[in-house]
Design a protein around this ligand. Structure first.
Ligand code: ZN
Length: 248
């Protein structure tokens, strides 16, 4: 689309975590919807066996990509002190698996994307370096209070959902389309492409349509067995393979 034009249909993808099988399945689904832009909310790498090729695919397809906490550690922006042992082992493996070009790419990713009516970040959009989870009834109110945009999107929790301005009112979206109320403001979490944790193993992404005022949460089946095999063949912790089966 031409520069300066307002994107109408935006595909939101997040938390790919080096899972190529899930990413390809999601991109195939995205391609059915004539999206003006694909935005990646970060965490391209960490956990999965294909970090390098996932970065290459996102670079090809996404008009915008944000920095995630795993990307930050892989790129050497953050240290892995806050990671549990499994995440730490995986990110060290990941760092060694990445090309210099991909490390530089990660290092230069921005923390936040903002326009007049869009505000996107990997985690809390105003607490950038501590990466707090944005959870129902928790930080939601403060995020709406500190911002003016109508549509906010974050990832990081690997659990899809929709929050609105009433901080006590949080609608988890299992699957399906939400129609935005006139004048309503929303926070969308499109869930995780490569490591869903809501008990649904299918890859997750979100379609924001500003002309129709809708947000559709989509779930896409992918070759979990192959993604698992690659994790084990790479010598990554077995738990990272296991959890993909149940989406936990
Ligand atoms: Zn993540």
């Amino acid at each position: 689309m031409a520069e300066g034009e307002r994107p109408v249909r935006i595909a939101l993808i997040s938390d790919i975590h080096g899972n190529l099988e899930a990413l390809e399945a999601v991109l195939a689904d995205v391609s059915r919807f004539a999206c003006d832009q694909v935005h990646c909310l970060g965490d391209l790498v960490g956990y999965g066996a294909d970090p390098e090729i996932c970065i290459e695919r996102v670079r090809e397809i996404a008009s915008h990509c944000l920095l995630g906490n795993h990307d930050a550690v892989a790129a050497g922006i953050d240290v892995d002190d806050g990671f549990n042992l499994v995440a730490r082992e995986a990110i060290r493996w990941t760092r060694d698996a990445l090309s210099e070009a991909s490390l530089v790419y990660l290092k230069n990713l921005p923390y936040r994307y903002e326009t007049e009516d869009l505000l996107f970040a990997h985690a809390h959009p105003f607490v950038l370096k501590a990466w707090p989870y944005v959870l129902p009834g928790d930080t939601l109110g403060s995020i709406f209070g500190e911002s003016t945009q109508r549509c906010i999107a974050v990832g990081h929790t690997h659990v899809p959902g929709v929050g609105n301005e009433n901080r006590s009112f949080f609608v988890p979206v299992v699957e399906g389309t939400l129609e935005m109320a006139a004048g309503g403001r929303y926070l969308f979490n499109p869930g995780s492409v490569g490591q869903p944790r809501d008990g649904n193993p299918r890859a997750s992404w979100g379609l924001l349509d500003r002309a129709a005022s809708t947000f559709e949460l989509r779930r896409v089946p992918y070759d979990v067995a192959r993604a698992r095999e690659k994790i084990l063949a790479a010598g990554l912790p077995g738990f990272l393979a296991e959890r993909l089966t149940g989406g936990v």
